[in-house]
Design a protein around this ligand. Structure first.
Ligand SMILES: [Zn+2]
Ligand SMILES: [Zn+2]
Length: 298
C-alpha cells in the first residue's frame, strides 16, 4: 500500500513564548507545513539563538511532523535601497535571518525583495542580486532565499515575474534562489487567476519567465483590492476579489501538490487560520481527495 501524499497546507503561526511553541499551535489546527518569523518582524536586532532554543525547536519539529517550516524575513529589510546605510543595515539583517535558518535547519527564507525608492527598477534589481549573493557568501549552506512576488505598492520591485527572473539571472548562487508566489500580490499586480483560461495563462507566463521548478512556496491569500490595483490587502479565501474559483483551480492543480501552501489572511487567533484552511479543503475535488491525505482539523 503506497502512503498518500499529504495536503501541504498551513498558516503563518505565532512564535510567542518561544520558537518551539509555534509547532504546538500549528499542529493543533492540523498544519502540515507552516511559516514563522524567527525574530521580531518589526525590529532590526535579535538575541542570538541559544543552543537550548535550537535543540528545543528541533525536538518540537520531530514531534509534530510539520515540514517544511518556512521562515519569513522581517519587513524592515530593503536590500534594493539606493541608500548605502539602509542597504548595509538590510544586508546585515538578511545575513542574520539566513544564519538563523541554517542554525534551525530550515531551508526556506521568504524575502520581500525590495524597493527602489524613486531611483529605477533595474538598478534596484541589481542591488538585490548583489546583496543576496553577499548573504549567501556570508552564510554558506543549503538554506535558500525565496524572492516573494510583490503587489507593486509604492516603489516596490518584483511585482512582475520578469523582475524576479532578472534577479535570479544576475545571482551567482542560483541554486539558493527560489520563489514564493503570493496570490493576493500577483492578483493586484495584474495577474488574473479567476478563470481557468487566465489561471493557465498566469502559470504559463511564470514558467516562461522564471520556470516552475523555482517555485518553492505559495502564499495563498484572497485580495480586498481589485485586479491591477497594486494595493496589498489580504482577505479570507473566497471573500475577496479573487473568489473561490481561482483557489479551486490552485488547490486541485497536481503540479503544486508538493508545494507548501501558507495562508496569511487577517486573523485574531488560530480559529481564523483554521476557517481558511477548511475553506481550502472544501475546494478539493473527489479526484484530489483520492490522491491527498487531508490533515486539517475538520
Ligand atoms: Zn511576505
Ligand atoms: Zn501581502
Amino acid at each position: 500500500m503506497s502512503a498518500k501524499q499529504k495536503l501541504l497546507l498551513g498558516a503563518h503561526i505565532s512564535t510567542s513564548g518561544g520558537l518551539h511553541k509555534s509547532l504546538e499551535r500549528g499542529a493543533s489546527i492540523g498544519c502540515t507545513t507552516m511559516q514563522i518569523f524567527t525574530k521580531s518582524n518589526r525590529q532590526w536586532n535579535a538575541k542570538k539563538l541559544t543552543l537550548d532554543e535550537i535543540a528545543e525547536f528541533k525536538q518540537a519539529v520531530k514531534k509534530h511532523d510539520i515540514d517544511p517550516i518556512v521562515v519569513h524575513c522581517t519587513y524592515l529589510i530593503n536590500i534594493g535601497s539606493p541608500n548605502q546605510e539602509t542597504g548595509k543595515k538590510s544586508l546585515a539583517a538578511l545575513v542574520m535571518e539566513l544564519q538563523r535558518c541554517q542554525e534551525l535547519g530550515l531551508k526556506y527564507l521568504v524575502l520581500h525583495p525590495g524597493s527602489h525608492l524613486n531611483t529605477d527598477e533595474d538598478s534596484a534589481l541589481e542591488r538585490i542580486a548583489q546583496n543576496i549573493d553577499a548573504a549567501f557568501e556570508a552564510v554558506p549552506g543549503d538554506s535558500m532565499i525565496l524572492l516573494e512576488t510583490m503587489a507593486g505598492q509604492g516603489s516596490g520591485t518584483c511585482y512582475k515575474f520578469e523582475h524576479i527572473a532578472k534577479v535570479r539571472m544576475l545571482s551567482k548562487h542560483k541554486r539558493r534562489v527560489g520563489v514564493c508566489l503570493d496570490t493576493c500580490h500577483t492578483f493586484v499586480a495584474g495577474y488574473d487567476m479567476r478563470t481557468k483560461k487566465e489561471y493557465e495563462k498566469m502559470w504559463q507566463h511564470f514558467d516562461e519567465t522564471i520556470g516552475l521548478d523555482h517555485l518553492k512556496v505559495l502564499h495563498v491569500n484572497d485580495s480586498k483590492k481589485d485586479l491591477g490595483s497594486r494595493v496589498d490587502r489580504h482577505e479570507d479565501l473566497g471573500k475577496g476579489k479573487i473568489g473561490l474559483e481561482g483557489f479551486r483551480l490552485l488547490f486541485n492543480d497536481e503540479r503544486f501538490f508538493a508545494i507548501p501552501k501558507i495562508i496569511e489572511t487577517p486573523k485574531a487567533d488560530l480559529c481564523d487560520d483554521l476557517r481558511n484552511m477548511q475553506t481550502a479543503v472544501n475546494l478539493l475535488s473527489q479526484e484530489t481527495r483520492e490522491k491527498l491525505k487531508v490533515c486539517v482539523v475538520e
